[in-house]
Design a protein around this ligand. Structure first.
Ligand code: IVH
Length: 784
């Protein structure tokens, strides 16, 4: 039989190892279930099967946060082979951004008002308890419950209609009237403490496994294949939101909550309507006090802008709404001993120190590893090996070491010396990273780049990760094994492997692999030969090029050929360091830089101030357009005037070329990302890697933006001040209609929307003969 990949006691597993093994156990047990229940042909003895299940339960008990949605422990007996059918949500179920402090809550309020241009005005929010359960979406048609689903990946959930029907808080028929013909009601399925306790007591008495916490118990109970079992669990439901609706039904969140109640749902009685930032803070304090008395778990407070028309204007940023935020309760802490400090090398060579701790339970989870962030943090907090330290966990974030307990410091504990070399076999020196403007950062980087095996494997891991190529059957463990064998050295090798009969045959004979797993691996790889452009770009793992930038690039260039042409052209037109140092200088924005370059380009002129005048006086006289922040930043950087003058002239010489500026002007890219792309494609090695990969792939053009609107496909520039909406809003609106928004006017611009105060961009537009309209014209245009 297959052996568990990790025969060590569960308590010795790191979180990553535990996660990996739970994945393996889920797959293996699922395969055994099929063999036993569907094929009547068990491959292992009952005792072996039970041992695997036990191992799964033991690991889950130590790492409850890692319990998988498809965990074998959540399945029951004979029905385990049945699956829930997928349900596509009418409107995706999104997540919320988090705030962890008063400052962040206040900033949320400021951000919302800034976006809406309501600076100075106070307005209303709802503050609702954030229930710690699992969310569900229930569709009603003409008031009748027709379908219920779990959140799933946000777009597609699982059909748990029969199970949701067993929950008394969920009406089968909406009460009263005034509800839309079709509405997806959203809320949280949860267990009260009492219900959770009773459930665990009964399980224990029956010799069955118990659940680690009410959230897991609720999830396990709802996802029962047999709804009769769900019916025996005391599940509850609070409604707090909605998805698809056939028509609007309320004007405010508060009114919507009242209606949900009138239609027969439970809503949280602790929810309040509050005003302004102070209201947000007060509501949080009150909720902290109420928390222990609630009888169910909450993990924070959700703030939502009350007016729905404003919610609509605010819209979404990637996967979370701009109009809501979750203010989380603070982390839980515990003390333990720091046994060692290991260095982890990331994909980009950044070295992160990791604390190896004597295992300790923090907020119900056993913690053995925690991040120490960077060398400076260790020095600042004076953390020493052997110290008793305070460990903290907040939500799903990686546990952190808060600091040492000085009273408990052993006499022999010595200050920690950060290693000078990478822990990889090459022992490359670690460099303290500096920014382009010369400032030191806290990051230490291994300079080995792709020669460093640690970085190379991290690159590959990134490549196959869920948000990049997402190759099923090729997890980190398998990847590492293939890497160690020398089979996979670069991304293209993954696709070559799927065709390499010799290696595949060898694999079939390898411990842990069989016909099925090899077939699955091949299928997983083949399924990704066709890949959307944004995932392809993201998968390359360029520094600073995350998902959002990748998507912006894909949307802009549409095809991989166009993207590569632009990226390579930018590589050839890269700015020199002399120019870059100004771009990255904090306090010197694009306008200031333009003024500096214009001055440096012009022939030297007498300043009419004495040579011994201060830097500031000379700067004011020479470049009147510089504001104080910029002048101070320059003085901090260059100290004396002559040095600045030399640097500015050099910057003129090393200005980026046209192609670079075009890439930089792509909406959502900007100078830093453009530089990273240019630098990446300036390397022969990287270009070869990309070519090798492309030979294996079919990169799909980016999804076309809307084409049936008045502005679809057009490139629009907004300039001057807008009076009826903010810049962000205008941009979001244009993009939703399929237009591209650019920050600078060029031959490629189709339309300029100019408000009062428009300056050089308006002039350029007029010179180039580009159509210019007012904000009012714009609103008319997009209204259709
Ligand atoms: S509103 C667009 N309200 O928190 C987001 N969510 O991190 C709509 N949650 O998936 C969600 N209590 O499972 C909302 N009063 C509440 C909530 C709540 C708990 C959960 C929900 C959601 C998650 C977001």
């Amino acid at each position: 039989m297959l052996e568990t990949p990790n025969p060590r006691p569960p308590a010795e597993l790191s979180e990553a190892e535990a996660a990996e093994e739970l994945t393996w156990l889920a797959d293996t047990l699922a395969a055994h279930d099929i063999a036993y229940f569907q094929e009547d042909a068990p491959k292992v003895s009952d005792a072996e099967y039970d041992a695997l299940k036990r191992r799964n339960a033991e690991i889950e008990a130590l790492f409850p946060d890692l319990i998988r949605e498809n965990s074998p422990s959540l399945k029951v007996g004979a029905a385990a082979s049945a699956q829930f059918s997928p349900v596509e949500h009418g409107v995706p179920m999104l997540s919320l951004d988090n705030a962890f402090s008063d400052e962040e809550a206040v900033e949320f309020d400021a951000r919302v008002r800034r976006f809406l241009r309501l600076d100075g005005e106070t307005f209303a929010y709802t503050a609702e308890p954030k229930i710690d359960g699992l969310s569900a979406s229930i569709r009603y048609e003409k008031g009748q419950l027709v379908r219920g689903a779990t959140r799933g990946d946000g777009r597609v959930g699982e059909d748990v209609t029969a199970n949701l029907r067993t929950i008394a808080d969920i009406p089968h028929r909406l009460k009263g009237s005034g509800f839309p013909d079709v509405i997806e009601i959203r809320g949280e399925v949860y267990l009260e403490h009492a219900g959770f306790q009773a459930l665990n007591d009964a399980a224990e008495a029956a010799g069955q496994r118990t659940y680690a916490n009410p959230r897991n118990a609720a999830a396990g109970s709802l996802r029962q294949i047999d709804p009769k079992i769900t019916a025996q669990r005391p599940l509850r439901f609070f409604a707090y939101a909605w998805g698809l609706t056939s028509e609007p039904f309320a004007e405010t969140q508060w009114q919507a909550l009242e209606l949900l109640k009138a239609w027969g749902f439970q809503t949280t009685p602790q929810s309040r309507r509050v005003e302004g930032a102070q209201g947000l803070l007060d509501a949080y304090r009150d909720m902290e006090v109420e928390r222990p008395k609630l009888g169910f778990d909450i993990d924070g407070v959700v703030y939502k802008v009350d007016r729905l028309d404003w919610q609509h204007r605010l819209g979404f940023v990637s996967r979370s709404p701009r109009w809501a935020i979750a203010r989380k309760f603070p982390a839980e802490q515990a003390r333990t001993v720091l046994n060692a400090i290991d260095l982890q090398v990331g994909r980009t060579g950044a070295v992160t120190p990791v604390a190896r701790l004597a295992p300790v339970t923090v907020g119900g989870v056993v913690v053995e590893n925690a991040t120490l962030h960077n060398a400076d943090e260790i020095a600042r907090k004076d953390i020493r090996i052997g110290d008793t330290v305070i460990v903290q966990r907040a939500g799903d974030v990686i546990p952190q070491v808060v600091g040492p307990v000085l009273e408990a410091r052993p006499a022999e504990a010595a200050p920690y010396d950060f290693p000078e070399t990478c822990p990889c076999p090459l022992k490359t020196p670690l460099a303290r990273e500096t920014t382009a403007s010369g400032a030191e950062t806290v990051v230490r980087r291994c300079t080995g780049e792709l020669a460093c095996p640690f970085q190379r494997i991290e690159h590959l891991k990134h490549f196959v990760s869920r948000r990049a190529f997402d190759i099923e059957g090729l997890g980190e463990k398998q990847l590492q094994a293939f890497f160690d064998r020398g089979w996979i050295k670069e991304p293209a090798d993954i696709f070559r492997l799927a065709k390499d009969q010799e290696k595949l045959d060898e694999l079939r004979g390898t411990e842990g692999y069989g016909e099925t797993s090899v077939a699955n691996l091949i299928a997983g790889i083949e399924a990704r030969r066709a890949i959307p452009l944004d995932r392809f770009i993201y998968g390359l793992g360029m520094r600073h090029i995350g998902e959002t930038t990748s998507l912006a690039l894909a949307r802009n260039f549409e095809t991989v050929e166009a993207f590569l042409a632009a990226a390579r052209a930018a590589a050839a037109a890269l700015e020199g360091e002399a120019h870059a140092q100004f771009v990255h200088l904090e306090g010197v924005g694009p306008t200031a830089l333009e003024a500096i370059l214009a001055w440096a380009e012009a022939p030297p002129r007498d300043l009419l101030v004495p040579d011994e005048a201060s830097f500031d006086t000379r700067a004011k006289a020479a470049i009147p357009k510089l504001n104080r922040t910029a002048r101070e930043a320059l003085e901090r950087r260059f100290h004396d005037w002559a040095a600045f003058e030399r640097a500015a002239r050099a910057a003129v010489e090393h200005r980026p070329g046209e192609a670079f500026r075009e890439l930089e002007a792509v909406d959502g890219v900007g100078p830093v990302a453009a530089r990273m792309i240019g630098t990446f494609f300036a390397e022969d090695h990287n270009n070869r890697t990309v070519e090798n990969l492309l030979a294996e792939l079919e990169v799909q053009p980016a999804e076309r933006p809307k084409t049936d609107t008045a502005v679809a496909g057009k490139t629009i520039v907004f300039t001057g001040s807008l009076e009826r909406m903010t810049r962000d809003e205008a941009k979001a609106q244009a993009e939703a209609l399929g237009a591209k928004v650019s920050g600078s006017v060029s031959k490629k611009t189709d339309l300029v929307v100019a408000g009062p105060g428009a300056g050089s961009k308006l002039k350029t537009a007029t010179d180039l003969g580009i159509e210019v309209i007012s904000e009012d014209d714009w609103l008319k245009l997009v209204a259709g």
